[in-house]
Design a protein around this ligand. Structure first.
Ligand SMILES: [Zn+2]
Ligand SMILES: [Zn+2]
Ligand SMILES: [Zn+2]
Length: 267
């Protein structure tokens, strides 16, 4: 029986932009037979109050929804316009077909403009039948509500979190007691108040060495410790990290790697 405050997070993908294995690479991580070393592009499904809310829809979107048996979504929240976070949006056609409705997609104005270029055929006045139907809802840093498509009395509030991806201001999201921050390498102190009392923090890191636009491993760990969620999970990892089983031994208490298919429940 689902309690009203229960929130479920499923990691659909936990890899950096190229995914793991990388095409043509035979390094130990890309050659590993451990399923936890196979990482599709980063994306997560959050279920709360009966709503299914997807964060990002990268190039592996179709495969990820099929794997997890997801056949409907109430909304997609986009963190930013990079292709590893938006490249799968054409496949919302399947959901459009089932629901006969456009799918709500929440993003910032700059991201909307980028989607209009990336998916120009979905925004033209006279659309080819069967083109994807996006119901774009432009957001800023203010909290907003996602309304259930099947039961409008159910709604979930979402708190955007401003983070920097090198110089690009992008968004993380908090839903209930879970926050998801990807592709960041700086979060201003002013945003920390939005991250208090978390059960789960998800934060990105790509490798141990410093990176121009992502937290290094130590930076991600320091950020997780600063936020102080009960549990923290690393996502958006690259093959420049050690294999899953090795890296897991190096992480401090309360911080773990996410892996594709990992599901968490919070109350
Ligand atoms: Zn990315
Ligand atoms: Zn590799
Ligand atoms: Zn990015």
């Amino acid at each position: 029986m689902e309690t009203c405050n229960e929130t479920k997070l499923t990691f659909l993908g936990t890899g950096t932009s190229q995914g793991i294995p990388v095409i043509g690479c035979h390094c130990p991580v890309c050659s590993s037979s451990d399923q936890k070393d196979k990482r599709l592009r980063s994306s997560a499904l959050i279920e709360h109050q009966g709503l299914k809310i997807l964060i990002d829809a990268g190039p592996d979107f179709r495969q990820q929804l099929l794997r997890e048996g997801v056949d409907n979504l109430d909304a997609i929240l986009i963190t930013h316009e990079h292709k590893d976070h938006t490249g799968g949006l054409d496949d919302v056609r399947a959901i459009n077909f089932l629901t006969k409705k456009a799918l709500p997609i929440y993003c910032e104005e700059r991201v909307r403009k980028s989607l209009e270029m990336e998916y120009s055929y979905a925004f033209t006045e006279y659309k080819y039948p069967g083109a994807p139907e996006f119901d774009i809802r432009v957001i800023d840093e203010n909290p907003f509500e996602v309304v259930s498509r099947s039961d409008p009395s159910k709604r979930v509030s979402v708190i955007p979190i401003r983070v920097l991806h090198y110089k690009l201001p992008i968004l993380g999201y908090r839903i209930n007691n879970i926050a998801y921050i990807t592709d960041a390498n700086r979060v201003d102190e002013s945003e920390l108040a939005k991250l208090r009392g978390l059960d789960v923090l998800v934060v990105n890191t790509v490798r141990k060495q410093r990176h121009i636009s992502h937290f290094s491993l130590n930076e991600a760990i320091a950020f997780a410790q600063l936020v102080g969620a009960k549990r923290s999970f690393l996502t958006h990892l690259s093959h420049q990290m050690p294999v899953y089983s090795e890296l897991e031994k190096e992480l401090p208490e309360g911080i773990n790697q996410a892996y594709d298919g990992l599901t968490l429940n919070t109350l």
